[in-house]
Design a protein around this ligand. Structure first.
Ligand code: ZN
Ligand code: ZN
Ligand code: ZN
Length: 149
């Protein structure tokens, strides 16, 4: 898809703009992130990268993810108890994670507009809409709970 190509190119030009080297490993991590639909843990990224470039080590991939976060092309989030997940910074949204079944739903970040304004006004606090998921119980698990009681 042309859109994905553009995303890869954007990441590579951000690397060059920061006067860093573009390597095959970095290009492959960028491709994996752009091809991904949703959230990938560092382990999943490592598996996908090694399918394309078997010689790239996990520690190299971790360093690349750190570098991409520094360059603000990638962000990570924490969804429930599982490992941090990564995606492109252009795809920022909110997360609702169910404490029972651990399913995560992505929601538009605009749901936090009112809360965000309120916190800014009352506490001068700037809300990060993406970093940590909102935890609670999904509709299905609530329904199952009702049936049991
Ligand atoms: Zn974090
Ligand atoms: Zn997300
Ligand atoms: Zn649930």
């Amino acid at each position: 898809m042309t859109e994905q190509r553009n995303d890869v190119d954007e990441i590579l030009s951000a690397i060059r703009a920061a006067a860093r080297r573009v390597t095959v490993a970095k290009r492959t991590v960028a491709e994996v992130l752009c091809d991904a639909n949703g959230h990938l843990s560092a382990d999943e990224i490592t598996t996908a990268v090694q399918q394309r470039q078997p010689e790239v080590s996990p520690s190299t991939i971790y360093r690349i993810l750190e570098e991409f976060e520094e360059l603000k092309v990638v962000v990570h989030s924490h969804l429930g108890q599982s490992a941090a997940v990564y995606h492109l910074s252009g795809a920022v949204h909110g997360h609702l994670t169910c404490e029972e079944c651990e399913r995560t739903v992505q929601i538009p970040a605009s749901h936090f507009d009112a809360l965000s304004k309120d916190l800014q006004k009352s506490y001068g606090f700037l809300l990060d809409r993406h970093h940590v998921a909102i935890s609670g119980w999904c509709a299905l698990c609530q329904a199952a709970q009702l049936k049991r009681s």
